[in-house]
Design a protein around this ligand. Structure first.
Ligand code: FAD
Length: 434
């Protein structure tokens, strides 16, 4: 007879420390088999040298090595559709329960419901915990129980509620003994997954006291590169949000703290309104007659619009997988408003390229830029791509770095005239919204 075990299923929480679901599994009755599934449904759409896949792979190998060297255990890696993998696992092991952390994206919710039902039919429990946010789902809602659609009141209530909780850090290391003692669990290589090591590398994050203190002063200037680079680390859970939140609060800098709250705001929006992954939150905006010119879209993607700050942002994205937030707002506005290209095209391009791509934040911010989202930028707010340079890159440092051909004869002419495009945008939006 096989001995009963519990499984801990890692997903977007790739760390051993301060991981709530993992902690709960380790303090349960049975030894824990740590596990990760490279989901073919997710992988099949990605470029074969995707930096995010390499990042996930490396994080898992590091965890696996720690578990092997320090705990006589390991981390089992599988590749396939989660349901098919679980069908096999219940044959290979006597599983009492599967533990994991909540994942709120529409695909993940569907996947987890399917797995939970399958396990339940086979007498196996499925326990999931809140880990990647401080407040989730229905925890911050209006007095009448409806979700907030405007950020500022959400943020205020978030802060009030935060004062009432004891933000505990889960010391997983102290309970890491309760693991399955088998250091030869299945492993995989990147080629086994059909991928190769990416040439782009996901940057390390930095959350020093001085970065947080000076955040407000520096954050708007793309040449300074003075933001935390936390995005991908929060996305894949290589850092705990609780630890970051503690640091943010210790420095008493409201603005940095509030950026982290924007992340949770958009997560609860996607959870309450999952249709906004593909449809405008304000339905009227789906009546806009987008021009969707493919040649113009290509010029935007390539960073050859003739507007140097837009081009610098797109070239930074294409080269590094990152773009400064200030420039993301400008390139987004330029695409939707100057070129009248559907926000979903831009959202899709960012999803492919951004190392910190996260559906809730990407969709939320794109809808903000296009004007069609909750608490969105009003449609008549059209960034001027030239005056933005005077405000945020006055000495042209960022532009010169990413667009060295700027001011050379080879640099493209402006693809649209700002004044004409602005007028055209007003008219088109007005027609749809009136
Ligand atoms: P910092 O400025 O150091 O901020 C710290 C953290 O706060 C970020 O890592 C992020 O988790 C959170 N944060 C900051 N600003 C926002 C915001 N506006 N919305 C939500 N969370 C925020 N962010 C993503 O994480 N994934 C995306 O796919 C994404 N797509 C975007 C698309 C557009 C069109 C725009 C305008 C913004 C997008 N953002 C997205 C938000 C923001 O640009 C990035 O979070 C930020 O630039 C990442 O850099 P950083 O980690 O150095 O952030």
């Amino acid at each position: 007879m096989k001995n009963p075990i519990n499984i801990f299923w890692f997903r977007r929480d790739l760390r051993l420390d301060d991981n709530i679901g993992f902690y709960e599994a380790l303090t349960s009755e049975y030894p824990v088999l740590p596990l990760f599934i490279f989901d073919t449904e997710i992988l099949e759409d990605l470029p074969k040298d995707d930096a995010r896949v390499t990042f996930i792979f490396d994080a898992l190998q590091n965890m696996r090595t720690t578990l092997q060297k320090e705990h006589g255990s390991s981390l089992a890696l599988y590749h396939g559709k989660p349901l098919a993998i679980y069908k096999q696992l219940i044959k290979d092991y006597d599983i009492a329960a599967v533990y994991s952390n909540h994942d709120y994206e529409p695909y993940a919710l569907k996947r987890d419901t399917e797995i939970k039902e399958f396990l339940s039919k086979n007498g196996v429990g499925f326990h999931s915990f809140k880990d990647q946010v401080i407040f989730e789902k229905n925890e911050i809602v209006k007095k009448d129980g409806n979700p907030y659609r405007v950020y500022t009141p959400y943020m205020k209530v978030w802060k009030e509620k935060f004062k009432t909780i004891d933000l505990k850090i889960f010391d997983t290391h102290s309970v890491l003994k309760n693991l399955v003692t088998n250091s030869k669990l299945p492993n995989l290589s990147l080629p086994d997954l059909g991928f190769k090591k990416a040439s782009q590398k996901i940057a390390d994050y930095e959350v020093t006291p001085s970065l947080i203190q000076d955040y407000e002063k520096n954050r708007n200037f793309p040449a300074q590169d003075s933001t935390s680079r936390l995005g991908p680390h929060l996305r894949f859970g290589t850092v705990s949000i609780r630890k970051i939140m503690k640091k943010a609060i210790a420095e008493k800098n409201d603005i940095f703290w509030q950026e982290l709250i924007w992340r949770e705001f958009f997560m609860q929006i996607l959870w309450h309104f999952p249709h906004t992954a593909t449809e405008s939150f304000k339905p009227k905006y789906d009546r806009i007659e987008w021009l969707n010119n493919e040649d113009q879209f290509k010029r935007w993607c390539d960073g050859t619009t003739g507007y140097p700050l837009v081009d610098a942002g797109m070239r930074q994205l294409n080269t590094t997988g990152f773009m400064h937030n200030r420039v993301r707002m400008l390139v987004g506005s330029f695409l939707c408003k100057h070129l009248l290209i559907d926000w979903r095209w831009g959202e899709g391009y960012f999803a492919e390229k951004l190392h910190d791509y996260d559906m809730a934040s990407n969709v939320g911010n794109w809808q903000w830029v296009a004007g069609c989202g909750v608490d969105a930028s009003p449609y008549f707010r059209i960034f001027n791509p030239t005056t933005q340079i005077e405000k945020f890159d006055k000495d042209l440092k960022y532009i010169t770095k990413w667009v060295p051909d700027f001011q050379k004869s080879t640099y493209p002419e402006k693809m649209v005239d700002h004044k004409e495009a602005r007028l055209r945008c007003f008219e088109t939006y007005k027609r749809a919204l009136d």
